[in-house]
Design a binder for this molecule. Sequence first.
Ligand code: FMN
Length: 189
Amino acid sequence: MLDFYEVIKRRCSIHKFKSDMIPEETLIRILHAGTLAPNPRNTQPWEFIVVTDNDIKKRVADIKVSKTVQYFESIGTEAAMRRVKAGFADQQEAILSAPVVLVVCYKKDDDLHNYAGTWACIENIVLAAYAEGLGAITMAPRGEEEIKKVLNIPPDYGIASIVPIGFPDEKASFKPRIPVKDKIHMNKW
Ligand SMILES: Cc1cc2nc3c(=O)[nH]c(=O)nc-3n(C[C@H](O)[C@H](O)[C@H](O)COP(=O)(O)O)c2cc1C
C-alpha cells in the first residue's frame, strides 16, 4: 500500500482502462473508504450505483457525450468550439472501457451540504482506488435527468458524479498546479 502523500501525488485522471474486473472485496473496501468521509450530521446522503452492464454503460456514455457537445456548443467561444471539433472520444472511452462505472448519487437538500458531503465521499473513493493500484476519473453528470431515467434513480436524488474505475491502460500525465503559496491568504484575503 502506498504512503498517503504518494497516493495524493500519483493520482491523476484516467480515461482508458484494462478490461480486468475489480475484485469484489477491493471494490467494497474502496466504497467503504468513501463512507468514512465527513458528511452533514452523519446523514450519509450518498448511494452508489455500480454499473458493470455494457448496454447500460453505452446508454450513459451516449447521453453524457451528446450533452457535453451541446454544453460546449452553448458556450460558443473559440476554445469551446475547438473542443467540440476535437470530439469527446476520451469521455466515451472512459465509460465504456472501465470494468466498473460508479454513479454516485446524493439526496437532494435545500443547501449544498449533501452534495458537498457526497463529493468528500467521492474523493475518498478515488484516493482509495489509487492506493489499491487502480485508476479513476470523476466526470460531470451532463444529461443528469436522462441518465437518472436509465438508472432508475428516484426524483429526490441527484447524481454527484460518474466515476469510471479500473486498472489503468494508459500512462496519464500529471497536470501542473499553481504553486500553493499563490493561493494562501494570511488572516484576511
Ligand atoms: C466536478 C468535476 C467534474 C469533472 N468532469 C469531468 C468530465 O466530465 N470529463 C473529464 O474528462 N474529466 C472531468 N473531470 C476531471 C478533471 O478534468 C481533472 O480532474 C482535472 O483536469 C485535473 O486533472 P487530474 O485529475 O489528472 O489531476 C472533472 C473533475 C471534477 C472535480
